[in-house]
Design a protein around this ligand. Structure first.
Ligand code: G3P
Ligand code: CA
Length: 409
């Protein structure tokens, strides 16, 4: 494990960054526009380019977000650091903690209802194994080319699924959350939208929703297509407008292209650090996620989406020891074609942090997450998917309030 970075050290570094940014921000904004025009008119290269002109400068200056605003905090599966993920309790706590958006991953039930689960296989996030009446639903399937054994949402009606209760996905990492096992149902997307609307009205601020369609090619193959159901549910909640505080995300491409013809809400192409979108694999298209984040790939994404949601490693890869290396330039390239960049997933525990920011030797202990956030704020990410909503908000406050404070003085 690396030596811990002190909080005072972080603050001093943030103050230094703020001073440098204040001197350069106006010029940088103009330069971005000029560069963007030039890039669109000229041939581009696909290789990695640093986010700042000289690699060391990535440490010494701060890139702007697309809107010039602090990054969005997106509650990844709700406040999943504190409650079993994808439960109304997890979403509600995230809203209480100040999340800008809550993120439900969506799959379908047998009767075509969208429910919030990260996978359609539910043995690790519900108590389905403790229900003998469903023992005969235990089966093996191939999902996106992977053989999986368990219980699947598409084999349960909503009424049946509602008899199950959520459990903590990471009981050894987050044992405190297991006290909530058995308390909460699997929510429908409609219920998540109703919660968001009610909490927005109650708090006088609009809370956003950031649904992800999971395994769209698979669900279409079993006649439970997700896209039209997402749009239907958003429309019913009066959240299917261009101005709605909604992003729809997917790791696949063709469903986003289809959604682009069916809804005006914002769309985000997810980018994993390895592999390829399954719809491309299924159709024999050789393009990988790496191809999608070349300059040409990003220009193509910009024809149907408003942003990208990359794995953090796509933006700043780690070396063999788990330490961060240099930025790849993906943020800058995306910004040049007008795409926002929302990076996933920020988690406080050492085992998920870059080696640079681990504190002590316990993989389940909290590390120096603030410094990790600061590193990604440095390169201009427009949003962060976070398990610990409060940590993300505090990191943002630490990083950006310093700048505001200095500009006022
Ligand atoms: O949706 C962004 C991020 O959540 C993608 O990863 O696997 O947590 O859905 P996953
Ligand atoms: Ca997700």
């Amino acid at each position: 494990m690396a030596s811990p970075t002190s909080r005072r050290g972080i603050m001093l570094r943030m103050k230094t960054l703020s001073l440098q940014t204040r001197r350069t921000r106006a010029g940088a904004a103009i330069a971005t526009v000029v560069t963007s025009t030039a890039l669109l008119a000229a041939p581009t290269t696909a290789g990695a380019q640093p986010d700042s002109p000289a690699a060391p400068a990535a440490e010494a200056s701060r890139a702007d977000t697309v809107l010039g605003q602090p990054p969005l905090v997106i509650a990844h599966r709700g406040a999943s650091g504190y409650r079993p993920e994808h439960t109304l309790a997890a979403y509600k706590l995230a809203i209480q903690l100040g999340a800008d958006y809550v993120e439900p991953d969506l799959v379908s039930t047998k009767d075509g209802v969208l429910v919030a689960r990260h996978e359609n296989e539910i043995s690790t996030t519900t108590d389905v194994a403790d229900h003998p009446e469903f023992a005969d639903r235990h089966t093996t399937k191939t999902i996106d080319g992977v053989t999986i054994t368990g219980w699947f949402t598409e084999d349960f009606t909503l009424a049946e699924l509602k008899t199950l209760r959520a459990v903590e996905r990471l009981p050894t990492v987050r044992p405190a959350n297991t006290r909530y096992n058995g308390l909460y149902q699997v929510p429908t997307f409609d219920e998540v939208l109703a919660l968001v609307r009610a909490e927005s009205a109650k708090r006088g601020r609009t809370i956003g929703v950031y649904p992800e369609t999971k395994h769209p090619t698979y669900f279409r193959s079993i006649h439970l297509a997700l896209s039209r159901r997402v749009v239907r549910d958003l429309r019913q909640a009066e959240m299917n407008r261009a101005a709605s505080k909604v992003f729809i995300q997917s790791f696949e491409t063709s469903n986003l292209r289809h959604l682009d013809t069916r809804t005006n809400v914002k769309l985000v192409q997810l980018i994993n650090s390895t592999g390829a979108p399954f719809d491309l694999v299924a159709s024999g298209d050789p393009r990988t996620y790496a191809d999608l984040v070349t300059a040409a790939g990003l220009r193509e994404i910009a024809t149907y989406a408003d942003g990208i949601g990359p794995n953090k490693d796509v933006l700043i890869p780690r070396d063999a020891g788990g330490f961060l290396t240099q930025p790849t330039g993906v943020v800058s390239r995306a910004h040049r074609v007008g795409l926002v960049v929302h990076a996933f997933t920020f988690r406080d525990e050492n085992q998920f942090l870059p080696a640079d920011y681990r504190v002590g030797t316990d993989p389940n202990a909290k590390g120096d997450a603030f410094s990790e956030y600061a590193r990604f704020f440095d390169i201009g990410v427009d949003g962060v998917f976070a398990d610990y909503t409060d940590t993300a908000i505090e990191a943002r406050d630490l990083y950006y309030d310093e700048d505001t404070e200095r500009q006022a003085n």
